[in-house]
Design a binder for this molecule. Structure first.
Ligand code: ZN
Ligand code: MN
Length: 476
C-alpha cells in the first residue's frame, strides 16, 4: 500500500523591533519579570493601542521576501479566548484580511527544487508567559505581552519530516538575511506547530489532522513528523482513524502525547478591533521596501557560483548563514583564492564552529586572520596540516597566525640540506622498512615519510620529504 504524508506548518516569529507592537515598552528578551509593561500591553481598560510602523514594515519585508502579495489595507481583529497570560481576554491579530498572502519558498527537494506555498503571513501581538514554579505555583510575566509577531501559515505542500526541516532552515535563514528576527528558538523568537495527516493513495482514505505543539528544535519537528506518520499509517492499516486532537512532543522519550481533543471548530468570535483604525498601505512605500531588501540567500548563492566560480554545493553551504557568507567574502577580498577560502571555511572553520557550538559572531578571529593564515600556507611557510593546527589555536586564543607560528616554531622546513640529514638518519634507523619497500611493500614508504615528519614535528615540507626519501632509497 502506498501512503502520502501531508504536512502544513504554522510558524510564529517575533520581530526584533525596538518597541512593542502597540506601545513604547521595550521589546527585549528576558529582563526582570513585569518590568517592560504599561497599561496598553497589560490590556488595562481604557488604554489606547497605537500601531508601531516599524513592526508593519518588518512584516511587509518578510512578505516580500517570501513572494507574497501585500494587502492594500491593514485591518486588525480581536481573537477572543481566555488565558491567564492574556489580560484583555482577546489577542489583537488578523482574521480574514492577512497582511501578506499567496507566497512561496523554494527548497531543494529530493527530486530537485520544490515550491512550498505560504498561504498567509499576518501580524499579531504576543501573549505574556506563564511560569510554573517547582512549588506548584503559576506566575505570569507580561514582558512578552504585546511583542510583535508574524504568524506564517504554509500550504499543506510538505510531505516528510526532512522537507519540513529544510523548509524551516530556509525560512529562518531568509528571516535572518532580511534582519527582521533573530529566530532564536531557545528564546522563543521562532515557534513552530505542525499539522499532519496521511492519505492512502490507493483508496483515497485519509486520517484526521493531528496538531503537534511544543517543538523546540527543527530536528524535533522532523522526528515528530516521522513518529506521527507511522502512527497514522498503522491506524489506517488496522482500518481505524486518528482522533482530531492536539498532541505534545516529548523530547526525552521521542513520542507525541495527547494534550487535548479538538471538538468541532474553535470559535474565537473574531471582531474588528475598533481601537486600531485601518491603515492604508501605500504602494510606493512597498516598492521602496522591496527596492531596499538585502540580497536573499538564493540570489547570493547564484552570485557566488558566478563571481567566484564555485560549485553549487560550496555556494549553498557558504550562504546558509548571512554571517558565514560575509566572512567568506571578506576573506576572499584579502587573499583572492575563492576555492581555497571556500575549502577552509566549509571544512575547518565550520567544523570548529559546530564543535564549539558557537556562531560566526562569536569567533575570536576575523577574516583578516584567516586570510593571513592562508597566505602562510600559500607561500609554503607552513604546511596545510600545520595550518589546521594553527587554526585550532586561533579558535581557542584568537592569537594572530603569524604569532602562533613564531611562538611554536612551526615554520616549515624546506631546506633540502637540512632535510637530507634527517632523511638519512631515519633510513638508518628503519632499515627493515627500506628493504620492505624495495620488495614491493608500498606501505613502507608511507611509514618512512611519517617518521621523517615526526622527527621534524610535522614541520617538514611534505613534497620535498617525499622526493628526498625516494632519492635516498634509490641510492641505497
Ligand atoms: Zn507597554
Ligand atoms: Mn497566532
Amino acid at each position: 500500500m502506498a501512503y502520502k504524508t501531508i504536512v502544513g506548518l504554522e510558524i510564529h516569529v517575533e520581530l526584533m523591533t525596538k518597541t512593542k507592537l502597540f506601545c513604547s515598552c521595550k521589546n527585549e528578551f528576558g529582563g526582570e519579570a513585569n518590568t517592560h509593561c504599561c497599561p496598553i500591553c497589560l490590556g488595562l481598560p481604557g488604554a489606547m493601542p497605537k500601531l508601531n510602523k516599524g513592526a508593519l514594515e518588518y512584516a511587509i519585508k518578510a512578505g516580500l521576501a517570501f513572494n507574497c502579495q501585500i494587502a492594500h489595507r491593514l485591518k486588525m481583529d480581536r481573537k477572543h479566548y481566555f488565558y491567564p497570560d492574556l489580560t484583555k481576554g482577546y489577542q489583537i491579530s488578523q482574521d480574514d484580511n492577512p497582511l501578506c498572502a499567496n507566497g512561496y519558498l523554494i527548497i531543494e527537494g529530493e527530486e530537485g527544487p520544490k515550491k512550498i506555498g505560504i498561504q498567509r503571513i499576518h501580524l499579531e501581538e504576543d501573549t505574556g508567559k506563564s511560569i510554573h514554579t517547582e512549588a506548584g505555583d503559576t506566575l505570569v510575566d507580561y514582558n512578552r505581552a504585546g511583542v510583535p509577531l508574524i504568524e506564517i501559515v504554509t500550504a499543506p505542500d510538505i510531505n516528510s519530516g526532512e522537507e519540513a526541516r529544510m523548509f524551516l532552515e530556509n525560512l529562518k535563514n531568509t528571516l535572518k538575511y532580511i534582519e527582521v528576527s533573530d529566530c532564536k528558538m531557545e528564546e522563543g523568537s521562532l515557534r513552530c506547530d505542525v499539522n499532519i495527516n496521511v492519505v492512502d493513495t490507493e483508496t483515497g482514505k485519509k486520517t484526521n489532522i493531528t496538531e503537534i505543539k511544543n517543538l523546540n528544535s527543527f530536528k524535533a519537528v522532523a522526528t515528530a513528523i516521522e513518529y506521527e506518520e507511522k502512527r497514522h499509517i498503522s491506524l489506517l492499516e488496522e482500518g481505524k482513524n486518528t482522533d482530531k486532537e492536539t498532541r505534545r512532543w516529548n523530547d526525552v522519550e521521542n513520542v507525541t502525547i495527547i494534550m487535548r481533543e479538538k471538538g468541532g471548530t474553535d470559535n474565537y468570535r473574531y471582531a474588528v478591533d475598533v481601537d486600531i483604525l485601518p491603515v492604508a498601505i501605500d504602494r510606493e512605500w512597498i516598492d521602496d521596501i522591496k527596492a531596499n531588501l538585502p540580497e536573499l540567500p538564493q540570489d547570493k548563492k547564484e552570485r557566488f557560483m558566478r563571481d567566484y566560480d564555485l560549485p553549487a554545493y560550496d555556494a549553498g553551504v557558504l550562504t546558509q548563514s548571512k554571517e558565514l557568507s560575509i566572512f567568506f567574502e571578506e576573506t576572499v577580498k584579502l587573499c583572492d583564492d575563492p576555492k581555497q577560502v571556500s575549502n577552509w571555511v566549509m571544512g575547518d572553520v565550520l567544523r570548529g564552529l559546530n564543535d564549539k557550538a558557537i556562531e560566526v559572531g562569536d569567533l575570536k578571529f576575523g577574516p583578516e586572520d584567516l586570510a593571513a593564515l592562508l597566505k602562510l600556507i600559500k607561500e609554503d611557510k607552513i604546511s596545510n596540516n600545520v595550518g589546521k593546527k594553527v587554526l585550532r589555536e586561533m579558535f581557542e586564543t584568537g592569537k594572530k597566525p603569524e604569532d602562533i607560528v613564531k611562538e611554536k616554531g612551526l615554520i616549515q622546513i624546506s631546506d633540502e640540506d637540512e632535510l637530507k640529514k634527517i632523511v638519512a638518519q631515519v633510513l638508518e634507523e628503519n632499515e627493515q622498512s627500506v628493504i620492505d619497500y624495495k620488495n614491493g611493500k608500498d606501505r613502507a614508504l608511507g611509514f618512512i615519510i611519517g617518521q621523517v615528519m615526526k622527527a621534524t614535528r610535522g614541520k617538514a615540507n611534505p613534497q620535498i620529504v617525499n622526493k628526498l626519501v625516494l632519492e635516498a632509497i634509490e641510492e641505497k
